[in-house]
Write a protein that binds this ligand. Structure first.
Ligand SMILES: [Fe+2]
Ligand SMILES: [Fe+2]
Length: 301
C-alpha cells in the first residue's frame, strides 16, 4: 500500500485539529488593506514591472478576492459530492460514515468562513470585483462527470491547499495576518480531507479496467479545461477591477492578462497536479494516468 490512511485515525486527527470560525475571523474584524493578502508564489503580482508598488498590491488583493470566490465555488461542489458518496453505505463502517460526514461538515464551515472573509473584503475594498459563476452552474457542470474524475479533481484541490499554506509562510513577512491565518486554518483541516479523498479515489478506482481509468482521466481533463476557461475569464474581471481602482486603462493589458491567468493556473490546478501525494495516488491507479498528468503539468506551471 502506498499510504497508511484509514477512516478511524483520520477522524481522530480531524477532531483534534478542529477550529471555530471566530478563531480565524470574527464578524467585526477588518482586513489590513495596507498589506498584501496573497503570497507572491501564488499571486505573482510583484513580477509585473509595468505596475507601481501600489498597483501591484491592489492586484494582489484582487487576486485574494478571487481566492475566496474560487474556493467558495469548489467547496460548494465538494459538499454534495461527499454526501452522495457517503449515502449508499451509511450502515457499513461507522468510522467511515462519521469521517465523511465530519469532512462534509468542515467543508460547510469553510464555505461559511470564505463568505465571512468575502464580506470583510467587500467592506474594505473601494470597488466591486466581479466573479465568475453562478457557483451552482459551475458545480453542476463538474458533478455531471464520472465520480472518479470528480474525486481526482477534489483530491488535487485538497493537496494544493497544503502547498498554498507553505508558500504563504515561506515568502511573506508583509502578508495580512488574517489572510495568513485563513491559509493556516484551511491547511490544518484540508490535510485530513486529502487523506479521505485518497480513500475515496481508491474505492472508486477499484475493479476498473485500464480503459475505464483512461476514460476517467479524459473526464478529469475535461473538468480541468472547463475550470481553466473560468480562470481566464476571472483574470479579465480582475483587471477590470484593477483599472477601476487605479483610474486608467492598462497599456499592456494582454500581457498582464496572460501572466495573471498563468498565476491562477498554478494556484488552482498546477500546484495540486505536481503534489507528490497526488502523483502517488495516480500512479497506483495506473501508470498511464500518471504519465498523462505529468505531460499536462507544465501547461499549469
Ligand atoms: Fe475546505
Ligand atoms: Fe477540504
Amino acid at each position: 500500500m502506498y499510504h497508511d490512511f484509514n477512516y478511524e485515525a483520520t477522524l481522530a486527527s480531524s477532531l483534534r485539529a478542529q477550529w471555530q470560525l471566530d478563531d480565524v475571523l470574527r464578524e467585526d474584524q477588518a482586513l489590513d488593506f495596507s498589506r498584501n493578502f496573497m503570497p507572491e508564489s501564488l499571486a505573482r503580482t510583484a513580477a509585473l514591472g509595468s505596475l507601481n508598488p501600489f498597483e501591484q498590491r491592489i492586484l494582489n488583493q484582487i487576486s485574494a478576492h478571487q481566492y475566496l470566490c474560487i474556493f467558495g465555488v469548489v467547496e460548494e461542489f465538494i459538499l454534495p459530492f461527499l454526501l452522495d458518496h457517503a449515502r449508499p453505505a451509511l450502515r457499513d463502517d461507522d468510522y467511515r460514515v462519521r469521517a465523511l460526514l465530519n469532512f462534509a461538515s468542515e467543508e460547510a464551515k469553510h464555505i461559511h468562513l470564505f463568505k465571512r472573509f468575502h464580506e470583510a473584503f467587500v467592506r474594505g475594498f473601494p470597488v466591486e470585483c466581479q466573479m465568475i459563476g453562478p457557483s451552482e452552474a459551475i458545480g453542476a457542470e463538474v458533478l455531471r462527470h464520472d465520480p472518479l474524475a470528480v474525486a481526482l479533481v477534489i483530491l488535487m484541490i485538497e493537496w494544493m491547499t497544503q502547498q498554498h499554506y507553505l508558500g504563504s509562510i515561506r515568502d511573506d513577512g508583509d502578508l495580512d495576518p488574517l489572510f495568513k491565518s485563513l491559509m493556516k486554518h484551511h491547511w490544518m483541516e484540508e490535510a485530513q480531507h486529502a487523506k479521505l479523498d485518497t480513500l475515496i479515489v481508491d474505492a472508486l478506482g477499484e475493479g476498473r479496467s485500464e480503459a475505464q481509468i483512461d476514460q476517467a482521466i479524459d473526464e478529469f481533463f475535461e473538468i480541468g479545461g472547463f475550470l481553466d476557461e473560468g480562470l481566464k475569464q476571472q483574470a479579465a474581471f480582475n483587471l477590470d477591477a484593477l483599472e477601476k481602482v487605479i483610474g486608467r486603462k492598462l497599456d499592456d493589458r494582454d500581457e498582464i492578462l496572460a501572466q495573471q491567468h498563468q498565476a491562477a493556473r498554478w494556484t488552482y490546478i498546477g500546484s495540486g497536479m505536481v503534489h507528490d501525494r497526488f502523483k502517488a495516488t495516480l500512479a497506483t491507479l495506473s501508470a498511464r494516468a500518471a504519465e498523462r498528468m505529468a505531460e499536462a503539468a507544465p501547461v499549469f506551471a
